[in-house]
Design a binder for this molecule. Sequence first.
Ligand code: NDP
Length: 346
Amino acid sequence: MLFSPATVALVTGASKGIGAACALDLAREGATVVVNYNSDEPGAKAVVAAIEAEGGTAEAVQADVGDEVAVRRMFNDIRRTHGRLDVLVANAGITIDKVMMSMSRRDFEDVLSTNVTGVFLCCREAARLMMLARKGSIVTLSSITTRGYPAVANYSASKAAVASFSKSIAVELALMGVRVNTVSPGLIETAMVKKMHPVSRKAFIDGIALGRGAAPEEVAYVVSFLASDKASYITGADIAVDGGASLGLVIPEDSFANRDAERKRKMSGAKAAGRSRGQVGRAPTQATQATQPTQPARPSPAGAVIRGNGAAPAARVTTLEAAGSGRPHGADLPPTDPHIEGTLTP
Ligand code: NDP
């Protein structure tokens, strides 16, 4: 087990999705878990029941992380009940996905309030508790959308803020023995992602080196590790859990085979030209030029989708059309955080 029985962990937004998986895994690793939720009380209670069914200890606590009074109340309850906090997973987050020109000030500020102010308020209160023990670990959730994806400007701004905020406080809190790290997930199969339009989904998956989305548990395992003493020398890190999506390069499976075939075609073309002109291996003929690769690898605007064999354009245009986004064709659809779904799917 990663944690001693005395360990107390708070996971915000743990009524479902990644937060629920984190709560379950932290409990399996020995921690007592405070399962925070905002509106989904049945979800939070189900997570608590699942933990207890496995012999763990957990409780559900309602608090809107963007509400300072509610956050203080939640941490006061933790202080009264447990007298300590060892781990905070600042996971709660929302999306309101729109292209920037359709985005209201409220759409922008609501996302920042939960995703950034909520993280700040919880980290501040957690640090006040953790500094008493001069030990603790905070894990925040950012996202691969920070690299610049369309229709999530409010969300990606919030997640970039979380990543940057976490690095700053990692330096401050190191003096108190508190480590702070960030996990940046790619496409994680939460309920929201399962509703994605199949064409959008395919475009996302096509941009992931490992060729699939992840189960929430695959994020939770990383969170548990970072929260534990096994990560005792890691602070200020931002770990991508995205199946290689942020590598920005996806090689279609058949491209190597194509290249071999291409080489053979070129060689036979050169031999034929040599035979006709009495030489081999000089300037390419029209015939050999015509067999050059149809489309060299090229980065998308987001640097995310690369197709060397001309396979991608159909996928990107189809996706935007199918989504009825009304946006002009031509921009690549990068594989992204599923939170883009709201805009890109009917
Ligand atoms: P879900 O939508 O499945 O779950 C969100 C959770 O956050 C719910 O438990 C919800 O509680 C809670 N929550 C929302 N607003 C508040 C609030 N104001 N106060 C307290 N809790 C709140 O999201 P995911 O599990 O998919 O995402 C979890 C985190 O991971 C988010 O920060 C997200 O941005 C990030 N992420 C997710 C990715 C993905 O692919 N799924 C990719 C990259 C990052 P309730 O239901 O009770 O309202």
